[in-house]
Design a binder for this molecule. Structure first.
Ligand SMILES: [Zn+2]
Length: 243
């Protein structure tokens, strides 16, 4: 067992245990087709990387901390299955989903040259600030208009339903948010305090195809409908804390 916890990104919680885990950058249970599209991180070298799940493995969380995030992993699986399936009703825990978005954003950014979040106190590049760490582990909930904004395009968009994609949006060495494409549902995770962006196009023109990029952003929606291939419709409800 590797008991050197110095590379665990949660080590400032001061309770690392049980050696380093072989953590996947993205929860392995999410993949049908074994690939994920990632671009915009410095390690992508300016290209869209379409990478197999097994190459997305790094040891950068200890077993204890990896395990502490398993509730968030389970919530993300439930959410992504719901986005894809339609035809049924789902009740999702929004805050657990946000914790997974934050955890995944950190996983993909650790060791890079960008700050994770805009203007966070005690932040350094490629490492979660104390606030990001507290959010990932559920001690804090994102506030000041930060968190999950769901994109609802005005016109139908034929997405690649099996696709999962993640792109950071950054300026001046700081990541202000991440765009997640989760099997047809796009979510912007805002890490830019005090701002409610009108659309992804206003932040990063041309990043997403037109109907998606121009889609209105809805902050922590209570419910919405999904339309999936074959015309079946599903209703998704999300629970959020009263903030
Ligand atoms: Zn740890």
């Amino acid at each position: 067992m590797n008991s050197d916890h110095s590379r665990c990104w949660a080590r400032y919680r001061a309770d690392c245990d049980r050696g380093m885990s072989k953590e996947h950058l993205l929860s392995k249970c999410l993949f049908h087709d074994q690939t994920v599209h990632v671009s915009g991180f410095d390690w992508c070298m300016g290209e869209e990387k379409c990478v197999g799940i097994n190459s997305l493995q790094r040891r950068f969380l200890c077993e204890k901390h990896n395990n502490d995030l398993s509730d968030a992993d389970a919530a993300s699986k439930q959410a992504i299955d719901a986005f894809e399936a339609g035809g049924s009703e789902f009740l999702l825990n929004g805050i657990l989903l946000e914790r997974w978005l934050v955890k995944t954003a950190v996983n993909l950014s650790v060791g890079g040259n960008l700050h994770i979040g805009y203007g966070m106190s005690n932040s350094k590049p490629g490492w979660p600030s104390p606030y990001m760490l507290a959010v990932a582990f559920g001690d804090e909930i994102l506030c000041a208009k930060m968190g999950a904004y769901f994109l609802f395009p005005a016109t139908q968009y034929k997405h690649r339903t099996s696709e999962i994609s993640i792109v950071p949006i950054h300026r001046d060495g700081q990541i202000g948010g991440f765009v997640f494409g989760l099997r047809g549902q796009f979510i912007f995770l805002s890490l830019y305090p005090g701002h409610a962006p009108p659309s992804v196009d206003t932040l990063a023109p041309g990043l997403l195809p037109p109907p998606i990029g121009a889609a209105a952003l809805h902050y922590r929606p209570a419910s919405f409908r999904v339309q999936v291939a074959g015309g079946s419709e599903g209703k998704i409800q999300l629970r959020w804390p009263h903030t």
